[in-house]
Design a protein around this ligand. Structure first.
Ligand code: PEP
Length: 249
């Protein structure tokens, strides 16, 4: 059985105090949930250490890490620094990082290797733009993102990865991929992984869906055989909505 996961991406939201309060609210709500889903909260860097102190059931993640080990990179935060806060996960390749900060596949491959070398589990995001879906290129786009970002990894390392399929046109837009669209491309992603690393590895890798996931659509999305949970943006900022998604399994 693959691990079911619901990961919240807080993005650049909440002050430190608001973040601590949100984490406390999430913990209070998930205390009684025992459906086997792993809950992860991915906070801004400066929240990590303090939020870690209030987490009991949920795991901690960051939203990025540097592509260099250490040194004169003003404003950057290394994988080792993230790890030292008690974080276990790091989101890499989010479409906002790819588009606003020009993170390309080669840079993401470097970040992924550094994250793994420092004992962090990458939540690696892939997904197509609206124009790419409309022109039928979405399969090629996600395949290329996988190949260039991850397929240089050893099997042993690849097995640690969590994938997140996030169609860019569905992120923060209120538009969600239909359940059938999600299953179709998640299956394609799993088959692509199987062709590279074998079916046993592909069967092990959680593939999360991200893009306007909310309590009202989570159940339908998560019922698909190849959708193993969600990477949640906006709805992760409201503890009751986040919990509504967690309990959708
Ligand atoms: C995201 O940015 O990872 C995301 C899925 O955002 P939202 O849920 O707000 O669409």
């Amino acid at each position: 059985m693959r691990q079911k996961i619901v990961a919240g991406n807080w993005k650049m939201n909440t002050t430190l105090q608001e973040g601590i309060a949100l984490a406390q609210e999430v913990e209070a709500l998930i205390a009684g949930v025992n459906n086997g889903a792993k809950v992860i909260v991915c906070t801004p860097f400066i929240h990590l250490t303090e939020v870690k102190k209030v987490l009991k059931k949920a795991a901690l993640g960051a939203q990025n890490c540097a592509s260099e080990v250490s040194g004169a990179y003003t404003g950057e935060v290394s994988a080792a620094m993230v790890k030292s806060t008690g974080a276990e996960y790091v989101i890499l390749g989010h479409s906002e990082r790819r588009s606003y900060y020009h993170e390309d596949d080669a840079m993401l491959a470097k970040k992924t290797k550094l994250a793994l070398a420092n004992g962090l589990i990458p939540i690696f995001c892939i997904g197509e733009l609206l124009s790419e879906r409309e022109s039928g290129k979405h399969f090629d786009v996600v395949k290329s993102q996988l190949e260039k970002g991850l397929f240089d990894l050893s099997e042993e390392d690849f097995k640690k990865i969590v994938l997140a399929y996030e169609p860019v046109w569905a992120i923060g837009t209120g538009k969600t991929a239909s359940s059938a669209q999600a299953q179709e491309i998640h299956k394609f992603i799993r088959d692509t992984v199987a062709a590279k690393y074998g079916q046993a590895v592909a069967d092990l890798i959680p593939i999360l869906y991200g893009g306007s996931c909310k309590p009202s659509n989570a159940k339908e999305l998560f019922e698909n055989p190849d959708v193993d949970g969600g990477l949640i943006g906006g709805a992760a900022l409201v503890a009751s909505d986040f919990n509504g998604i967690i309990t959708a399994f």
